[in-house]
Design a protein. Structure first.
Ligand code: URA
Length: 239
């Protein structure tokens, strides 16, 4: 194994990422001589620092280093879960410039017409763990169906159904709500259009779909479509 690469950063980039400010605001702080690195005033924007070792203070307060950023977004319909798209708005474009940076991406995709919880991060290892089919992270969706669901559907979902294209799903949980057109569905993988294809395999159709949770983390009810918030590290440990 090679020696891990050190995460050396430019001072202005570090301040911008850690304080959630723009690069020009970070430069302004440095210009005002209110930024210190290990007690010495940092004068150069491109001064290189080692965030794991160097102590950076801004206006007398230590800037604590968070290596990664974790975002919970309530994706609205009409927005795509990719880093770039020629035509449609992407989930990343809903974030302010101060947060957006190279390496940030949505971990797992929702269809353009699906709403709900999208997890956006620059932590490739965690994203891989969530996405890897080996780890079976539960994802729960609310769906409105064209026809009412029944107990045969519950059993079919439980049994691990075959969907079009010959894919066989892992057992999934279907809970019928008061109005049987509305259901909760928990799946443990994320095949392309999986829920829509599962409904289709039961001669039904998804009219509306929203992801409510990933692992143990529930989408905040307070987040309107298009809104987002940073997640706490302790929430991430639960995912
Ligand atoms: N299943 C679907 O069919 N679409 C989604 O966006 C997510 C799960």
């Amino acid at each position: 194994m090679g020696v891990p690469k050190k995460d050396i950063q430019r001072l202005d980039k570090f301040l911008s990422a850690q304080l959630g400010i723009t690069r020009s605001e970070a430069k302004e702080l440095i210009k005002r001589r209110v930024v210190t690195v290990n007690g010495v005033v940092g004068k150069l924007f491109d001064m290189k620092i080692d965030p794991e070792k160097d102590v950076v203070c801004s206006e007398g307060k230590e800037v604590t280093y968070r290596k990664h950023i974790y975002i919970m977004m309530n994706k609205p319909q009409g927005v795509v879960c990719s880093t770039r798209d020629g035509e449609s708005q992407t989930v990343l474009e809903l974030l302010p410039d101060s947060i957006r940076h190279d390496g940030l991406f949505p971990a797992g995709r929702l269809d353009k017409d699906t709403e709900g919880f999208v997890f956006i991060t620059d932590d490739g290892v965690l994203a891989h763990n969530i996405l890897s089919p080996k780890h079976h992270v539960d994802k729960t969706y609310f769906a409105r169906l064209e026809k009412p669901a029944d107990e045969d559907d519950v059993k079919a979902f439980e049994s691990g159904m075959e969907i079009d294209g010959g894919d066989v799903c892992l057992p999934a949980k279907l809970t019928i709500l008061d109005d049987a057109h509305e259901v909760l569905i928990t799946i443990r993988e994320g095949m392309y259009h999986q829920i829509k294809r599962m409904a289709q395999a039961r001669n039904n159709k998804v009219l509306y779909l929203k992801r409510l949770s990933i692992g143990n983390i529930k989408l905040d009810e307070g987040l309107a479509p298009g809104e987002w918030r940073e997640m706490l590290h302790k929430e991430i440990e639960n995912i």
